[in-house]
Every structure is written in C-alpha cells, then in structure tokens.
Design a protein around this ligand. Sequence first.
Ligand SMILES: [Zn+2]
Length: 241
Amino acid sequence: MKLLKQLYQINSKSGQEAEIKRLVLDQLEGLPLTVVEDAFGNVFITKGQAYNYPCVAAHLDEVHQPGVRHLQETDGMIFATDEKEERVGIGADDKNGIWIALRLLHEVETLKVAFFVQEEKDGELSGCRGSRACDLSWFNDVRYILQCDRKGNSDIVTYSEKADVRLCEDDFIPAEIRNLYGYAPVPGGKTDVVALKQRGLKIPCCNLSCGYQNAHKPEEYTVVKDLLNAYHFVHHILNVL
Ligand SMILES: [Zn+2]
C-alpha cells in the first residue's frame, strides 16, 4: 500500500491539486496512454484503442487543511495523527478512488479515466466545479462511468437524492456480480457523475463505495480490505459490462 500512503501524505485541498497530479502522472510513466489536461485542470486519460470505453472517475481534491500527517496502520485500518497525536484526516475521500483508477490503468487494456479537480465544496463555492466545467464531448465514446467516491464498503449509488438525479437503473450492475462483493444499490449524495448527469450526459453512471469512513472529519480512516474489495469489484465490472 505504498502508493496509497504516498497519496495520503499529499495535501490536495481544492484548488491545490498540482502536487497530487504530479504523483498521479509519475505513476503512469511508461504506460501507453493519452493524457489530456483541460483548461480547468481536470485530467482525462485514455488507454488502448476501442470503439467505446468503460470509464472510471475519481476526484483529486480533498477537504482537509495542510498539516502534519503521521500515517498509522492498525487492524487493517489506515488513519493519521498530527504532532500532538490527535487524529487528522487523510483525504481518503477521494484518494481511494484515485488509487483504484491508477491500479486499473496498469491492469486493464482499454479504459478511460477522469480525474476531476475541485469536487469538494469550499466555503461559499459549491462543489463539482471541475465536472461542471469540463467538455462533455470527451465522454462521447464512453459506455458508462464508475465513480469511486462513496464511503463504506457496500453501496452502489444509483440515484442522487440531493439532486434528484437518476444515475443508472438499479440493476445496471447485475445482482449476480454485486452480490459477490457485497454491494447493493442505494440513494446517495452528490459527486462528479451527478454533475455530469445534470448537464445532460446520457450514459449510465454510478458512485461506488471505496473503503473510507468518516469522510471530511479528522477521524477519517480507510479499511484496507474494503478498498481492495472495491478494486476487485470495479475490475470485475470492467471485464463484463
Ligand atoms: Zn469525495
């Protein structure tokens, strides 16, 4: 989990994603990819040649302020403390999603990945600024988007209650697959795929649990086995849908 911890060590408060972007691009060196960064700072990656692609999405930013982060791992959980040994957030929301997408770019032959900036609300600024600003035509050859940006270990967000947006049908990921990984459809909140749907994107999208808990709080932590299960779930979906 070296890369995951490297991601956690970087503070990527919204609008300050340059360092995490560098690490992300470093990890992809040598892979046969097309990488495009748009004017807003979102990063779009294409691997392989296909008539159309599955797409995985994550956001590069986090809510936490810069500061000391001593990472700790006990009982399969990763969290951090500061110099006073008080808990501090690690930005597992949404570095767990970034980690999954990076690993998939190494493992899968054809894939598109969207890394959005400025997903989090920031003071007066509303969220999903990157996904509201991007060019939707990049998704013209995308079949569906799996965003990995949901707490916990069992949710497939298929409907955004907050925005009243249907992301996909509840059976978009068939029960026989989701049951293998302990996932089920639920209503949820807002994230980039919701913003894309609000802008008129037609393809099925969903937001999947990726192993973090207590997002946006100092007590944020990751359950490693839940993150790994999420990775295997996404990989399985990419193989069959
Ligand atoms: Zn998030």
